[in-house]
Design a protein around this ligand. Structure first.
Ligand code: ATP
Ligand code: MG
Length: 303
């Protein structure tokens, strides 16, 4: 297998068959050049989404320790206006979070319309670490796949464009990244005994990832398995996948944004406070606020 894998198969997922060092045949130079172009498009799409205010986007990032979630957020989201981003890192649940159902804290962090939300870890921890460490009984975590699928369907029905990434590094790459943290004084602050302990459970985690991805990938909330040993390739793949997911909405967002702008101009013109504005082009027709608001849940023109 090569490149990024969008998981939409009925066959069992075997992570061991995927090459975490894959670069899709690109050199670092080529990938970096492409990344710049894709980043520009991402920035443009985010601005349209923000202005239209009809949809939100949610990117879920999961990875083993050192897998590159932080770097991906920094590099990929570095392209977009921070005002339109909501980044949430999910750690061990606090006592108050533990006193609720596992999706309680997640739902609260879901991005508002117009925004891109990034989950740095997510509700998937509740079928990953919770399973590997037996934090809840097996029947409880098994039920969670269904709850997750229903929850994501609810978000999608509320105009959230979901995309889920597993940044897949090899076990050897993880070891070299952990060792680098020991030798690089600027990285040592990230060292953690827990990382080495979790590493010893690598195979259990891979099994848990395989099942989570198989059971919760859907057309409205697809999983992408991203070969992540090479950071420059990982960044390109993640930004490309987000752009491909948002691109079908471009026309719709643009139209809505122009419509709302024309409405505002018409309101201004009729208010008498500032004389001259009229709808300026054929794209948008001022037809009243209600019409613009009713378009909230429109689907893209091409999937
Ligand atoms: P980094 O190490 O790069 O700062 P991180 O995401 O690993 O990022 P940590 O503070 O090291 O952050 O770890 C967060 C920990 O919280 C992880 O071990 C993760 O498994 C754990 N965690 C997150 N969600 C849950 C959950 N629902 N139940 C139990 N543990 C969780
Ligand atoms: Mg950590």
């Amino acid at each position: 297998m090569s490149g990024c894998i969008k998981w939409d198969s009925d066959k069992p997922l075997k992570l061991s068959k995927i090459d975490a060092g894959d670069t899709g045949g690109l050199t670092e130079e080529q990938a970096r050049a492409k990344f710049l172009t894709v980043s520009e498009e991402l920035s443009e799409l985010q601005a349209l989404m923000y202005g239209a205010g009809s949809h939100s986007a949610l990117a879920v990032l999961q990875a083993m320790d050192t897998g590159g979630k932080d770097g991906t957020i920094r590099n990929v989201m570095g392209a977009v206006n921070p005002q339109g981003c909501q980044i949430t890192s999910f750690k061990v649940p606090t006592p108050i979070e533990q006193a609720h159902d596992f999706l309680w804290r997640i739902h609260e962090a879901a991005p508002r319309k117009g925004n891109i939300g990034i989950f740095n870890r997510s509700h998937y921890e509740d079928v990953l670490v919770a399973r590997v460490h037996n934090l809840v009984p097996k029947p409880a975590w098994r039920e969670r796949y269904k709850h997750i699928a229903n929850f994501e369907e609810l978000l999608a029905d509320n105009s959230t464009i979901i995309i889920k990434f597993f940044l897949y590094i090899s076990k050897d790459e993880q070891e070299s990244r952990l060792r680098k943290r020991e030798t690089d004084p600027e990285k040592s602050w990230k060292l953690s005994v827990a990382d080495w302990h979790e590493r010893s459970l690598w195979d259990d985690y891979m099994k848990a990832y395989e099942e989570a991805i198989e059971k919760t990938s859907s057309p409205h909330a697809p999983w992408y398995i991203v070969p992540a040993n090479h950071k420059w390739y990982r960044d390109l793949i993640v930004s490309q996948a987000i752009v491909e997911r948002l691109r079908p909405y471009r026309k719709q967002w643009h139209k809505r944004l122009v419509d709302v702008g024309d409405e505002m101009k018409a309101e201004l013109a009729s208010s008498g406070v500032n004389g001259v504005s009229t709808p300026s082009n054929g794209n948008g027709k001022a037809k009243g606020k209600d019409k613009a608001k009713a378009k909230n849940a429109e689907q893209p023109e091409a999937a």
